[in-house]
Design a protein around this ligand. Structure first.
Ligand SMILES: O=C(O)CCCC[C@@H]1SC[C@@H]2NC(=O)N[C@@H]21
Length: 253
């Protein structure tokens, strides 16, 4: 069962049949002048990318969007949108399916369903004249199908599709409204109360909090107990060498 949701006031949307990557399209459109939050939804992408230079495969029926978010915020505050977006994505999945069972968040911003990767986020900054003046937030969700399994890296969380686990067949256009509405709510909360309530909400939904996990940065690995995330969104691990704050890494359970 889905709940009625309205498109958020002040946000624009563009729906494209096909594009190389919605992140690239966001850069192009921002360069031409975009002053309001603008969601670019593509029904197919021919050159989509994921975190750390990986390709992102998009079977038919899956969800791909990039939000152009014009903002004068400094880059450390822009980076925290990674957490507001993952919370919004979590809520959009609940709204689309009517269930919360099995949904968790993996640092920094993946959404897991029954331990499999349902959705990922890639956040980049937007610049004009060498000055950062916005974010492009790319979101991919396996709504209908999982990408080919041969593209999976060793130890990576296997992909999972919303339709096969929950039975919910959600159109990308419908999912976009759930996501945009939830994002607008978190954006208001963030602007009003700062990061702390976002941080707590994120931790409430965190996968493997309190367990030993491995953080891989380039070629080095750190294993420790996943204690929390700090006020800047860094991952805090308690390791044999003491407490460590990690700004960017891939996580393995
Ligand atoms: O590696 C990840 O987990 C992030 C995946 C982000 C994929 C989305 S799909 C829409 C947007 N356009 C892209 O080229 N990538 C992002």
């Amino acid at each position: 069962m889905t709940q009625a949701t309205v498109w958020p006031e002040g946000h624009d949307r563009v729906i494209l049949t096909e594009i190389d990557s919605t992140l690239d399209e966001a850069q192009r459109r921002f360069a031409q002048g975009v002053s309001r939050p603008t969601w670019i939804l593509a029904l197919n992408q021919t050159a989509a990318r994921g975190r750390r230079g990986r390709a992102w495969a998009m079977p038919a029926g899956n969800f791909a969007t990039t939000l152009i978010l014009p903002t004068g915020d400094p880059t450390d505050r822009i980076a925290l949108r990674s957490f507001t977006t993952s919370l919004a994505l979590f809520d959009a999945c609940v709204a689309a399916t009517g269930r919360v069972e099995g949904l968790t968040l993996k640092w920094p911003n993946d959404v897991l369903l029954n331990g499999g990767k349902l959705a990922g986020i890639l956040l980049e900054t937007l610049q004009k004249g060498g000055r950062v003046c916005g974010a492009s937030i790319g979101v991919g969700v396996n709504l209908a199908a999982v990408p080919a399994i041969d593209s999976l890296e060793p130890r990576a969380v296997p992909p999972v599709a919303l339709a096969s686990v929950t039975g919910a067949l959600v159109a990308p256009e419908e999912f976009l409204t759930f996501l945009a509405a939830a994002f607008a709510r978190y954006e208001t909360q963030f602007a009003t109360y700062g990061f702390e309530p976002i941080r707590r909400a994120w931790l409430d939904r965190a996968a493997h909090l309190g367990n030993d996990i491995t953080a891989r940065t380039g070629t080095s690995e750190t294993r420790g107990r996943f204690e929390t995330i700090d006020a800047t969104g860094q991952l805090i691990l308690t390791t044999d060498a003491g407490r460590q704050a990690i700004a960017a890494a891939d996580i393995y359970f």
